[in-house]
Write a protein that binds this ligand. Sequence first.
Ligand code: AMO
Length: 418
Amino acid sequence: MISRVLSAELAEHAGQRVTIAGWVHRRRRLKSVSFLVVRDRSGLAQVVAPGAVPGEETVVQVTGVATANPQAPGGVELTEPEIEVLAEPTEAPPFDLYRPVVPAALPTILDHAPVALRHPRLRAPLEISAASVAGFRRALDRLGFTEIHTPKIVASATESGANVFGIDYFGRPAYLAQSPQFYKQAMVGVFERVYEVGPVFRAEPHDTVRHLAQYTSLDAELGFVRDHRDVMAVLREAVAGMLEVVRGQPAIDLLGVALPEVPAEIPAIHFTQAQRLTGEFEPDLSPEQERWLSEWAVREHGSEFLFVTGYPMAKRPFYTHPDPLRPGYSNGFDLLFRGLELVTGGQRLHRHQDYLDALAARGEDAGPYEGYLRAFAHGMPPHGGFALGLERWTARLVGAANIRQATLFPRDLHRLSP
Ligand code: AMO
């Protein structure tokens, strides 16, 4: 490795001759002196040089004396520099990366993602996303969960046939996994408590600000639950754990983001109550209803999170456990956050015969699910789980209007590259 200090550590080395390395973020030439701002993974450092200096996005290594200057970023700058060019760009960036406000529209940013994401404000949501995943893992590790990695090439659809990508698998039909649903359930039979952070695929025919064709699903599944409320309690811990790690991130300050509080118990309302409150009685909640309910939860409970429980069985997948006390309704829930469905989860069926009956009642052939159902033939405890959409979470957290602002190389109806 090139032996260097990070720009964020420069103040600790005041008075010493040190080496930094990174990209020329900004170059300013005055009459007798040039200012060079070098960007590395930790932030920005200023270099004062007597003569000409390399242009923006040149990769440099600079050795100089760390000298106190209250006007420099971090209060320290490098003087008496020796500048070595490690790589020279052959193309100019699509816009100035040093302007604090991004001077480009989303399609330009996405078309030029490899360089555009170098802008500190555009990189920040992805840093928050990484911190969220670290917090998710830490929270579930503490609760005795095992991380698993399930196949993404699968033999059957899980969440309904409509939005699944079909592929040719050595001459046989196969699909890109819409969810690790079946595998995470089966692994409850092995580990009791599992989670997965991985890509899932949805052939979404809609061009919306909240749907992607590939997104990152934070999944969990646990056994020996009494009902869906035990799953909701674990989800609460997972979300609180994500925020714990996010809270310390410089990206939060950079974006000026207000983080939500997670109430000790997140408020929950039944689906029928949600219908009554909004005065709409469709079998599923519309995006407008979700927005209204979120505002209601802030007004009534001071919470930016709201559980809606007891969705109608007809609107949930066949693996959903019915509410034993309310025919037609399920032990399935959604978690709304800042006006949007962030999580879907619930208690599942766990007896083999219940699965056969549920498929028959829906007029579905059990054949394609044989591999999945085998786990239940060997004894499965009452269990449940959830899946949280990472990009939706990050977008809501940073106040991005479009999910693509919180997605690395988004895939959608129109976008397959970069
Ligand atoms: P569901 O299909 O509701 O549930 O997905 C779970 C969560 O994933 C996110 N999400 C999406 N994010 C971006 N683009 C999309 N096209 C998209 N579709 C869904 C949402 C959503 O709440 N197997 C169940 C989960 C479970 O019960 O464990 C499932 O996948 O944030």
